[in-house]
Design a protein. Structure first.
Length: 506
């Protein structure tokens, strides 16, 4: 809302003709301890963006999901790494003896039996859904007194078994779905990080422009107060000579009071906007002084909707996130559909064994035993109701995300159309407000000349000052609105990254 209090002066000529550098009389931060003879260095937009991307809390926080997603891929791959197993067993059995009798085993009194075994195995899941297990075991058995031959006995057994699903659980696409989903999770996390970076850049630009506006408005008010004071002093002199009345003096005095009060409020707004800018830059103690900042050049972008929409589709993260989410839901649906099939598993294995009398080493040379196995198992839940319901849920998730994609695409079209329109509108608004300011300047000059000639009252001059200041503020608002509209369009296009030379990992 434009303020309609008393203001005046031809003040923004340097603002229009130069790069809008902030003057040193702009209020400094309260309590920042800045030395008047050591002004802070100028802070450009590129420096602000670079600092924000290094220190902004939102950017730092969004880096953690990326690391977590990368580790999820490692976890998914680990499902197909082999597992080494070892088990050792020693079993000693001392037979109880009934007093006055003999315990006989095959006619021989039994006293003690010992069994020792060690088993090594490697189990590896295969991406086809199969499980391969390689086993090796060593065993030693002994009874005292000896019952069977040989005693002690040393045995070695080596075997390989394979279990391969043929329907449910079969196929590399089924078994690699978790890996593919984890990789999509990395893509989504990086797109979310990209979205955070783009948002942070836009927030920095907005905070930067708002601070520029507040500082320039403060300068306007400083000069307004100065002119109001000059008019008040002039009216006092003219009242003493009888040219003006007490009413003229009172009106000028009210103008001074109003301008001074507004200057206090504008100074508060400057400090508030400095804090907002420092917040987006990741400031922690708010003791840093924001030095002079300048308006960046408002380079007119190409406002073709087709071009802007294509860039937004290609570079913007939001639609890409939804598309990756759809692919994740499709993987869930793939597994759910495969789970509606019966479980049919084919198994097979081969093995060799050896035995010896003296020790384990002797048994290695006599692999005389062999074995093989083959089988099939079938498991079919009655009606497959749960599996079919899970598949319907998965497909509903896919269709829901596809609908969300269409909705987001529609919203993007509206946003791009609005952003393009805002750039064009604010460009015209800057031109119109600049012309309005020039006319208000001339009007004020004429009104002041009539007042000096005694043909106009103080009230007329104050009204002209008010119109001029309103025009100046309107022009300033239009310039800031144009810069913000350009920043918003770059945000939607994703071109802010190129604008500030930000490279993100793909």
């Amino acid at each position: 809302m434009l303020r309609l209090n008393v203001r005046a002066r031809l003040i923004l000529l340097s603002f229009v003709a130069t790069s809008f550098a902030c003057a040193h009389e702009t209020p400094g931060r309260q309590g920042d301890g800045a030395q008047p003879d050591k002004p802070a260095a100028s802070l450009g937009m590129d420096a602000c963006v670079s600092r924000a991307l290094a220190s902004n809390f939102a950017v730092k926080i969004q880096q953690f999901p990326v690391s977590e997603a990368i580790d999820s891929v490692v976890i998914a791959h680990a499902a197909f790494t082999p597992t080494f197993n070892y088990s050792g067993l020693k079993d000693v059995n001392q037979a109880a003896v009934v007093p006055g009798s003999l315990n006989l085993i095959n006619g021989i009194p039994a006293t003690r039996s010992t069994e020792e075994s060690s088993t090594f195995s490697i189990v590896e899941p295969i991406q086809t859904g199969a499980t391969v297990a390689a086993n090796y075991s060593m065993a030693r058995g002994e009874t005292k007194p000896a019952i069977d031959f040989p005693n002690p006995a040393y045995d070695n057994t080596a075997s390989i078994t394979v279990i391969q699903p043929l329907l449910q659980g079969a196929g590399t696409d089924y078994n690699r779905a978790a890996i593919a989903s984890a990789k999509l999770g990395v893509k989504i996390a990086r797109l979310n990080f990209k979205s955070t970076v783009l948002t942070t850049i836009f927030n920095v630009e907005t905070a930067y422009f708002n601070l520029l506006y507040a500082r320039e408005q403060y300068k306007v008010q400083q000069d307004t107060l100065k002119l109001a004071q000059e008019l008040y002093d002039e009216n006092i002199i003219k009242r003493q000579t009888g040219v003006l009345t007490d009413l003229d003096v009172m009106q000028a005095k009210v103008g001074v009071a109003t301008a001074r009060n507004q200057l206090i409020l504008d100074e508060q707004q400057v400090h508030n906007n400095e804090d907002l800018l420092l917040q987006t830059l990741g400031e922690r103690d708010f003791k840093t002084s924001v030095g002079p900042i300048v308006f960046p050049s408002a380079d007119q972008p190409d406002t073709s909707f087709d071009r802007a929409y294509k860039l937004a589709r290609d570079n913007g993260p939001n639609l890409a996130i939804t598309e990756a989410t759809i692919e994740q839901y499709k993987l869930i649906a793939l597994k759910a559909r495969r789970n509606t099939l019966p479980q049919v598993n084919l198994s097979g294995g081969i093995g060799r064994s050896s035995a010896a009398l003296s020790d384990y080493q002797a048994s290695f040379g006599s692999w005389t035993g062999n074995s093989w196995s083959a089988g099939v198992t079938v498991s079919v839940p009655w009606g497959m109701q749960a599996s079919r319901a899970a598949y319907r849920q998965a497909m509903a998730g896919v269709r829901s995300e596809e609908t969300i994609l269409d909705q987001n695409d529609q919203a993007l079209i509206v946003q791009v159309r609005s952003a393009v329109r805002a750039v064009d509108t604010n460009t015209a608004s800057v031109q119109a407000s600049t012309e309005e300011t020039q006319l208000a300047e001339k009007e004020y000059e004429l009104q002041k000349a009539e007042f000096d000639a005694g043909l106009a009252t103080s009230y007329d001059v104050l009204q002209a000052q008010n119109s001029l200041e309103t025009a100046r503020v309107t022009e300033l608002q239009a310039k800031v609105a144009l810069l913000t509209a350009i920043a918003d369009l770059r945000f939607l296009e994703g071109s802010s990254l190129q604008r500030y030379h930000v490279n993100l990992p793909e």
